[in-house]
Design a protein around this ligand. Structure first.
Ligand SMILES: [Zn+2]
Ligand SMILES: [Zn+2]
Ligand SMILES: [Zn+2]
Length: 479
């Protein structure tokens, strides 16, 4: 440990317990993977290595797991720096470990707020991600999305709480999410600036050039056009120049030009293309994208407003009340599944069936895919239906024809397995889990799907709706 920060608050193997809270001190040479850090109440992140601090902060805040993305994180050894991520996504800066007692109140406040959050599964990528952002804002008591100029961002601006969830080259997706949230009436905009993006790939790193309308070359020379009043001659200023002095002579009448506005003027400019020799007055302006190399006439660039957004009342209450967006409707479209309403009805009859005959049983299975939206973000939402159909096939192959499947939403499948001992059902579900993970790993660039399952006997006393609600709540919170 560095002498700079050594004092009575000693960290032992990077861990310190103080006032019933555990702290983990993370410095740039700690080999620790952050996966093991969720058990600590707070992280003290050493920011001497700014790049390291940025990577760690991004890992925590971009996680889909509430234990990570809401973790209290304090910087130590932070130099003054303008990185918007490091400014907006931390819970404070301490100058020495002596100030650890001062963090306790913040940690407690955050934990009180976390306990109030609504947790449920989401109907769409937008709902899932925006709810996550709202959770962060609620626990940190902020209600404004401020854009920061950011050279690392592909659009030149970042909104730290949202941008941290995307790669810097995908920053345009942040604007799309904000547009969605505005339409859902969760936020309201206040105009700040406008950016222009490549119409092909939505990148903002554009190189603007004046180019020849004939051959598109930027290799052109502009010069003033001169109008000599006495003789009426109009020509490029170079025709009036000589190699000896700075006096301008008319090439037609050979007189000296004396005073601009009196005997001559410069009515406009003239452009000469060095590539194709074309002479013209109006050039075109094109913008070449540094990312995809598309060269676009500026009038066809995508123009986007950069707004400061504030949460609306609906937005402010959504962290604890949930976001109610339109219902998920894919269920009806995926072959071999029933929708939630039908599933609940069938489970009700199932309950009646097993109540009257002790030889019969039924098991309820919840399959929760925690990071499914991270996958859609990578592969595109258009693959959602296709992939769900594949998932359903895998489930179907590993249960009996009399069992039934419901897609609650893109991250939750419910299954009823009939007349099978609970232990056997659990083994079937383990197999399904392995196959789902394998499918995604092999087909989508080794993406590691986080699948959590619950397999229990269908309750004979509790209503099915209640049982399902509790099961999903448990699995999501545990997740
Ligand atoms: Zn003249
Ligand atoms: Zn040209
Ligand atoms: Zn582009």
């Amino acid at each position: 440990m560095d002498a700079l920060v050594k004092n009575k608050f000693e960290f032992n193997n990077n861990v310190l317990n103080f006032s019933n809270k555990s702290f983990y001190y993370l410095e740039s040479f700690s080999a620790m993977k952050i996966d093991a850090l969720n058990k600590y109440d707070a992280i003290i992140l050493d920011a001497r290595d700014v790049e390291f601090a940025r990577i760690i902060l991004k890992k925590f805040r971009s996680s889909s797991n509430v234990e990570f993305y809401l973790k209290p994180i304090f910087l130590i050894n932070a130099k003054a720096n303008e990185d918007p991520l490091l400014k907006e996504l931390i819970d404070g800066i301490i100058v020495s470990f002596d100030q650890i007692p001062e963090t306790i109140n913040d940690i407690n406040q955050i934990s009180i707020k976390i306990a109030q959050l609504e947790s449920s599964t989401s109907n769409s990528f937008e709902v899932q991600l925006f709810k996550k952002v709202l959770n962060f804002m609620f626990t940190r008591e902020t209600n404004t999305f401020t854009p920061y100029p950011d050279i690392l961002s592909s659009i030149g601006y970042c909104y730290p709480t949202i941008s941290v969830n995307f790669e810097t080259f995908e920053e345009a997706k942040v604007l799309e999410l904000l547009e969605w949230a505005e339409k859902e009436n969760l936020i309201w905009p206040d105009f700040l600036d406008r950016v222009y993006l490549c119409s092909n790939c939505k990148n903002g790193h554009l190189s603007y050039r004046e180019i020849c309308p004939n051959c598109d070359s930027a290799n052109m020379r502009s010069e003033d056009l001169v109008h000599h009043f006495p003789c009426g001659y109009i020509g490029a200023i170079s025709d009036f120049k000589n190699n000896v002095d700075t006096v301008l002579n008319c090439p037609k009448c050979t007189k000296n030009l004396r005073h601009i506005g009196v005997d001559y003027d410069k009515p406009s400019i003239i452009n000469h293309c060095q590539n194709c020799n074309e002479v013209f007055q109006d050039y075109l302006v094109k913008a070449k994208c540094a990312h995809c190399k598309t060269d676009t006439d500026v009038q066809f660039l995508l123009s986007k407003n950069i707004n400061v957004y504030k949460l609306t009342k609906k937005g402010r209450t959504a962290a604890v009340g949930g976001i109610s967006a339109s219902d998920f409707s894919l269920s009806n479209e995926v072959f071999g599944t029933v929708n939630l309403k039908t599933f609940a009805t069938m489970m009700h009859y199932e309950q009646e069936r097993i109540k009257n005959n002790p030889a019969l049983n039924a098991n309820v299975v919840i399959i929760y895919i925690e990071n499914i939206f991270d996958l859609y973000r990578k592969i595109g939402k258009s693959k959602e239906r296709e992939l769900l159909a594949e998932f359903v096939n895998i489930v179907r192959d590993n249960i009996t024809p009399a069992d039934f499947i419901c897609i609650n939403n893109p991250s939750v499948l419910s299954v009823c397995i009939n007349d099978t001992p609970l232990q056997n059902a659990q083994i079937m579900v383990m197999k399904i889990t392995d196959k789902l993970e394998e499918l995604v790993y092999n087909n989508f660039d080794r993406f590691a799907l986080n699948v959590f399952t619950q397999t229990v006997e269908l309750s004979k006393e509790q209503s099915f709706d209640k049982q399902l609600h509790v099961l999903i709540k448990e699995i999501v919170e545990k997740g």
